[in-house]
Design a protein around this ligand. Structure first.
Ligand code: GUN
Length: 299
């Protein structure tokens, strides 16, 4: 069997199109959704992400703010920035880019964001709402994975799902979302016994461990749907001295030979994350103004 390739780039473009339509509807009602991104320090990868977020926010017709702070910014200064954005009526979504420099308390910062503006879904209130099946802001990457799974499979009810990885950003919220879809969910991680056999039982595998090509085709049940969240940069001497390339947590070729469908890296989950950030900002703007929420852009 050769898997169908799930085109995250095209799907993300369609989500951004939906977002732009909703932004037009909101603007007609007098509301321009606004997203503020806070970047502390000079991490080049984070700077690239933040630039892309700003660009796509503007392309969708939204108000975009980028707040850059020095790497030696104090906790108090960052908390004051968050408080100012919480109080700003032009801002419906706040994202503090992670990782923060080591001297800063990330948890305290994330929990200082107004939960209604927490478009990352990392505030403890949103984590609790998601865990209890209530209306929450949902973390962008797992939301993107869920959208792709629904689009590809329709109903997920009763399916066996294995999430590999137990991070707060992806693994745990992904498992909650799949549970919400009535999947039978297993979270596998570095201590899981016979992880290959656990995976082989799954109709859905979501790999979010950050280990290049860890999941190989012999871990996959024939016909299963594989969502690869990993973005790992590895040396690629075949491309020339010093060259690198991106690979996922799944060994694409061997998994694609067995799976029914698989997301590629790059071009799979990655583009969906920013699309879902825009979707969450629109959702937050609707909720803040008592307007109807768009269909299909939330969990
Ligand atoms: N850094 C890498 N991914 C993310 C994300 O989804 N949200 C935030 N805030 N920072 C990140």
């Amino acid at each position: 069997m050769t898997a169908e390739i799930i085109d995250g780039k095209a799907f993300a473009a369609s989500i951004r199109g939906r977002v732009a339509e909703e932004v037009a509807r909101l603007k007609a009602a007098g509301v321009t959704p606004g997203l503020a991104v806070v970047l502390v320090g000079e991490d080049p990868a984070s700077a690239v992400y933040v630039r892309n977020k700003g660009k796509q926010t503007v392309e969708a017709g939204m108000h975009s703010e980028e707040h850059r702070m020095d790497a030696d910014t104090s906790q108090d200064a960052l908390m004051a920035k968050v408080a100012a954005l919480n109080a700003d009526p032009a801002i419906h979504g706040i994202l503090v880019q992670l990782p923060l420099p080591g001297h800063l308390d990330s948890e305290a910062v994330l929990n200082a964001i107004d939960p209604a503006k927490d478009v990352d879904g990392f505030h403890i209130s949103n984590v609790g709402l998601l865990g209890t099946g209530q209306k929450a802001m949902v973390p962008c990457t797992p939301l993107g994975c869920l959208m792709m799974l629904r689009d590809h499979l329709g109903s997920l009810s009763g399916l066996d799902a294995v999430v590999i990885g137990r991070s707060n950003i992806v693994g745990k919220p992904m498992a909650q979302l799949l549970l919400g879809e009535s999947c039978t969910v297993t979270i596998a991680h570095s201590r899981t016994k016979e992880i290959e056999a656990v995976c082989r039982r799954a109709d859905i595998v979501v790999a979010a461990v950050g280990r290049p090509r860890m999941v190989t085709g012999d871990w996959i049940k024939p016909g299963a749907t594989v969502i690869d969240v990993g973005i790992n940069r590895i040396d690629a001497p075949e491309r020339g001295a010093g060259k690198t390339r991106l690979v996922g947590d799944c060994d694409f070729d061997s998994c694609a030979a067995v799976a029914g469908a698989i997301t590629p890296v790059p071009g799979g989950v990655g583009p969906m994350t920013i699309a879902c950030l825009l979707a969450n900002t629109v959702t937050a703007a609707c909720r803040a103004n008592g307007l109807a929420e768009p269909e299909g852009l939330t969990a």
